[in-house]
Design a protein around this ligand. Structure first.
Ligand SMILES: [Zn+2]
Ligand SMILES: [Zn+2]
Length: 114
């Protein structure tokens, strides 16, 4: 890839800033809705300190940042330790599978306890 300096005008900079703020506001709104719907952490079932996590990370797939299907609800522990492998720059590509397995495991245990 060729790296060239891109000179932006004041208007262009303002436009990008406004677009960024808009995306951020929409993300906060969407995150709130998704958390309200799922109620618990998709991995551990905890119902507090819930956060929205992008399954396909925002920095690599910005086009999916505001798509509900790309968001999974995790508690803040699972978010950092499992969603991001203890590193906010990293991400867990198997988070959806892991959450599915966690739910099934919980179901199996509940059946056994009956
Ligand atoms: Zn959790
Ligand atoms: Zn995340």
């Amino acid at each position: 890839m060729r790296i060239s300096p891109i000179i932006k005008t004041q208007q262009e900079i303002q436009f990008l800033k406004d677009a960024g703020i808009k995306v951020w506001r929409n993300w906060r709104k969407l995150r709130k809705e998704v958390i309200k719907k799922s109620k618990v952490c998709a991995v551990c079932g905890y119902a507090k300190k819930l956060e929205g996590h992008h399954i396909l990370p925002r920095h690599i797939f910005p086009q999916y940042a505001l798509i509900e299907q790309n968001i999974i609800v995790l508690c803040n522990d699972c978010h950092f330790h499992i969603g991001h492998w203890n590193d906010w720059k990293d991400y867990n590509p198997s988070i959806r599978r892991l959450a599915a397995e966690a739910i099934l495991l919980k179901k199996v245990h509940e059946e056994e306890l009956k």
